[in-house]
Structure formats: C-alpha cells, structure tokens
Design a protein around this ligand. Structure first.
Ligand code: COA
Length: 270
C-alpha cells in the first residue's frame, strides 16, 4: 500500500511496501527490496513500481533516477513464479498487459532512469532493466530470459526490447535457449553500457547522471521520446497473446510447479 506522509518541510514523501527510495542532489535512488526472494516482481512490487513512476514524474526535485535491487545477489530474478500458479490464458494476457503498461511508463518517463544491475537480471528483471533508458552492470551480474524453462515466454516486453537492444540473432538465441549471459558478454552485446566492480556500481550511475543533469532537461526528455519512437510496431501485442496462451498449456503448469518444487520439469508439448 502506498502511504503518503507529509514531511515537516511540507515535501510529500512516498513510502512503498517493497521499494526503498532516497533523493539527493536531484538523483532519486529506487531499490527493489525483497532480497530473500531475489527481488522477484510480485504484485506488490509491480504496484509500487507503477506508483513510483508517478512520483518520479510529479516530483520536480527528482531530475534523474537509479533503479537497483537490494542485496548483493540479484537485481531482480524475474516475475514472482509463485503468482503464476492457476492463472488462465486470459489472466496471463492481463498480467502481461499490466506489466507491459508499467514498463512502458518507465521507458517513457520524461526523466532519465538508469538500471544499476547488481546481480541476476532474469526474466522480468531483464525486462525491467531493458525498459530503463540504459544499463550499468556490476561484474557479478547475469542476464537472461529463462521463461522457456517454465514453458513460458517473456511477457513484459522482453521479446521486443531484447531484439531492439542486441539484435535479432543473439536475442532469439537467448530467448530459445533460456541461457544466462555474464556481464562481460552483456557488455559485448550492448545490453549494458558499462561493467564495474559491485562496490562502484551506484557511484558509476551517479557520475553519469550528474553529467546528464547539467544538460537542458527539455532536451533530455525529447531525446528519450525520439529514441523510443524508433521502435514502434505491434510486437508487444503478439507477446501478450503468446504469453497468455502459455498459461493454458500443461507445460507451463509443469514448468512453474517444477521450479517451486525444486525439481526438473518434464515437458510434453501440450
Ligand atoms: N519467483 C519467485 N521466487 C523466486 C524467483 C522468482 N522468479 N527467483 C528466486 N526466487 C526465490 C526462490 O524460490 C528462493 O525462495 P526460498 O528461499 O523461499 O526457497 C529464493 O528466491 C532464493 O532463490 P534460490 O533459487 O534458492 O537461489 P539460487 O542462488 O539457488 O538460484 C536463480 C538463483 C536466480 C538461478 C534461481 O532463483 C532462479 O532460477 N530463479 C528463477 C529465474 C526465472 O526463471 N525467472 C523468470 C521468471 S518468469
């Protein structure tokens, strides 16, 4: 639940159930805070992300944003698989649509949002990082779209943004194999712009934002809007359809159950 507190200085301060936030010198740091579940995106996190983008837009004190994950192990290890159990195809489509809408809000933010990827960025975590304007990774970061291991496909924009960022060939290989890539490979693919030791990650992101914040804010916004407009097509619709169809398959039920039961899935093609 979003609590809104009136601070003594009469600044509105938002508090989130699953996010930690701090604002200093115009730079707003948002930390997804479910480290015991590797910061997996459950409904609460998605709702908080939705709300925090509104705060980013409306708070004139926020000039740029760093998005990261709590702990040293994960940025975000994906959508919360435990919430997939029992969903129908149509519910799967609605989930993908909602997730895509929130990630579009991030991508279309008028203020720069940098993902500081501090560990695993898998599934929805990779998709979230890709929805940010660019990415910086720590040396231990790992990226991937492992949904096929669950009998599923990415649903929060991954089939589209991965191809946009690294090219169709490498993207399809990652989507079909479910393989993870390490930070140097992500750098080579252009998925991330920089790789730094973990203890330098936030400072690296801050340093780049400090440069950006010396520029004209309107020009920054128009750069973001124009760059985003380079990628308009109906692929996102196709992704929603495919994601939803998977929820009606036996293999997706088997894949998600196997993960939660900590065993290998047995897929049958149905
Ligand atoms: N959804 C829900 N829970 C998740 C999760 C996810 N996407 N990713 C990790 N977790 C949970 C685990 O179930 C575990 O919870 P538990 O301690 O209550 O059992 C906890 O986070 C720690 O994860 P664990 O698997 O024990 O860590 P690990 O170091 O052995 O493995 C990963 C790390 C990232 C390789 C592994 O967690 C993983 O494969 N996660 C799923 C990745 C994925 O498929 N993402 C796409 C989802 S669409």
């Amino acid at each position: 639940m979003l609590l809104v507190l009136l601070h003594l200085s009469l600044k509105i301060i938002h508090m989130y159930k699953t996010l930690l936030t701090s604002l200093a010198n115009g730079i707003f740091t948002v930390t997804i805070n479910r480290p015991d579940k590797l910061n997996a995106l459950n409904k609460d996190v998605m709702k908080d992300l939705d709300n925090v983008v509104d705060e980013i837009e409306s708070n004139t004190g926020i000039k740029g944003v760093i998005l990261t994950g709590a702990g040293q192990k994960a940025f975000v290890a994906g959508a919360d698989i435990s919430e997939f159990i029992g969903l129908s195809g149509n519910e799967g489509k609605a989930l993908a649509k909602k997730g895509q809408d929130i990630f579009f809000k991030i991508e279309n933010s008028s203020k720069p949002i940098i993902a500081a990827v501090n560990g695993f960025a898998l599934g929805g975590g990779c998709e979230l990082a890709m929805a940010c304007h660019f990415r910086i990774a720590s040396e231990n970061a790992k990226f991937g779209q492992p949904e096929v291991n669950l009998g599923l496909i990415p649903g929060y924009g991954g089939t589209q943004r991965l191809a946009q960022l690294i090219g169709k060939g490498p993207a399809i290989e990652l989507l079909l194999t479910g393989n993870m890539i390490d930070a140097p490979t992500a750098l080579q693919y252009g998925l991330v712009n920089h790789v730094v030791p973990q203890n330098e990650l936030i400072n690296k992101a801050k340093g780049i934002l400090e440069v950006i914040l010396t520029k004209a804010p309107l020009a920054i916004t128009y750069c973001i809007t124009a760059a985003n407009a380079a990628y308009n097509d109906n692929g996102y619709e196709k992704e929603i359809e495919g994601f939803g169809e998977c929820f009606d398959s036996a293999d997706m039920k088997e894949g998600t159950s196997a993960f939660l039961e900590k065993r290998k899935p047995v897929f049958t093609g149905s």
